[in-house]
Design a protein around this ligand. Structure first.
Ligand code: GDP
Length: 365
């Protein structure tokens, strides 16, 4: 094996968790997306047309419906929610896989290799993302043209960038609804990527059947430490970049991680998280990841955990939606009163608590 692979994460300067400066919004990976979006603006369909189009697997209509789901306009939301309600009975037929890892771990490279492997097996895959920072950075995850180019051109793959920022809960809800529509459009495997910097993992974890953590060997113990909470959530860990002069290191990290995982409480799934090594770059170890996921699904479908997790998630999303809606409706309705109250509180004319209770009472009256 040559030694010409670059492993910047091995250098002491490596800072996987550093937040990089945003870049200008690149063109979408999907060359037709812009046309589709402008198409939506010109011509919005009725609920029936959306539902029928999605059921037929029409990607144009699916894209338009997702744009509607992502819209914050009330009239769009009304149609979107009705489309989802009508689609729900046909949803749920996919394997939902969440993919996380620190920036630079190789998530997009992995998704490209994994995605190509799956479509070659006859699967149809949808790749979605949760990146609550995407609006601020203007460099939306999956939006970068250089990422997943090959997969983006695959007719059996559908790649959709993260909804642009709002609250994490809002972004996550939109992704979950997009996932439901993708399932109804016939995608049997959904991959949801998250940025791997802390909070979005929990949101992704609450909407997938299998949560995969992409790790790299040699990124430093402190980094792995930060990831501890996330490691506990993982149903499987893949140590990526096991190539070139990094193979031994990756194998060592694998052994260490597998030992470390024994210290965690056993997973409720009844399936012990496996640690694997792979090279997304050389496309090795990909099949083993898929087999691990299939094994997991078999085990959890047999022991009932698969369905239990999905119904727990449905409950979670009910509460999440209530929380999100309460907040956004409150702030919308009390917009003017909030301004006055804010000025009064800042001028010490009224206490924060009194102001808050008055506003809440006004909203609920
Ligand atoms: P992400 O930020 O987690 O999505 O990471 P990317 O997929 O953008 O990869 C970050 C860098 O690591 C890129 O320069 C990739 O070419 C490189 N990379 C990704 N996978 C591998 C791999 O399996 N082996 C090696 N040597 N490099 C990889």
């Amino acid at each position: 094996m040559g030694t010409d692979f670059e492993h910047p994460e091995n250098s002491p300067e490596y800072e996987g968790l550093k937040v990089n400066k945003g870049i200008a919004q690149p063109d979408p990976v999907n060359p037709n997306l812009a046309a589709r979006l402008s198409g939506l603006r010109k011509k919005e369909l009725g609920v029936d047309a959306y539902v029928n189009g999605i059921l037929k697997g029409d990607i144009n209509i699916l894209s338009q419906a997702i744009t509607l789901v992502e819209s914050s306009k009330t009239e769009h939301q009304t149609v979107a929610q009705e489309v989802i309600r009508r689609c729900l009975p046909s949803a749920g037929g996919s394997i939902r896989i969440g993919i996380t890892g620190v920036p630079g771990a190789g998530k997009s490279t992995f998704i490209e290799s994994f995605g190509k492997f799956l479509t070659a097996q006859g699967h149809r895959i949808a790749v979605l993302a949760i990146d609550p920072s995407s609006e601020r950075s203007k460099g939306s995850i999956l939006g970068d043209k250089t990422r997943m180019e090959e997969l983006a051109g695959d007719p059996h793959a559908y790649i959709r960038p993260s909804p642009s920022a709002g609250s994490l809960g809002g972004v996550a809800r939109k992704t979950r609804e997009a996932m439901i529509l993708c399932e109804v459009a016939g995608f049997d495997i959904i991959l949801i990527e998250t940025v791997g910097v802390g909070q979005s993992e929990t949101a992704v974890h609450s909407m997938v059947d299998f949560f995969l953590l992409v790790q790299i060997a040699g990124a430093g113990d402190e980094l792995q430490g930060i990831k501890r909470g996330i490691m506990e959530m993982a149903d499987g860990i893949v140590i990526n970049k096991a190539d070139g002069n990094n193979i031994q290191k990756a194998e060592l990290a694998k052994a260490q991680l597998q030992t470390a995982l024994h210290l965690f409480p056993p997973h409720e799934s009844g399936s012990e998280p496996k640690v694997l090594t792979a090279s997304a770059y050389e496309r090795r170890g990909i099949k083993e990841v898929w087999e691990t996921i299939l094994d997991y699904c078999n085990t959890t479908q047999q022991n009932g955990y698969f369905d239990k997790r999905r119904s727990e998630q449905a409950k979670y999303w009910m509460y999440e939606t209530i929380n999100e809606q309460l907040k956004s409706r409150f702030y919308e309705k009390e917009k003017e009163q909030l301004k006055t109250a804010e000025a009064n509180v800042m001028a010490n004319r009224i206490s924060s608590f009194t102001a808050a209770y008055e506003l809440l009472d006004d909203y609920f009256s």
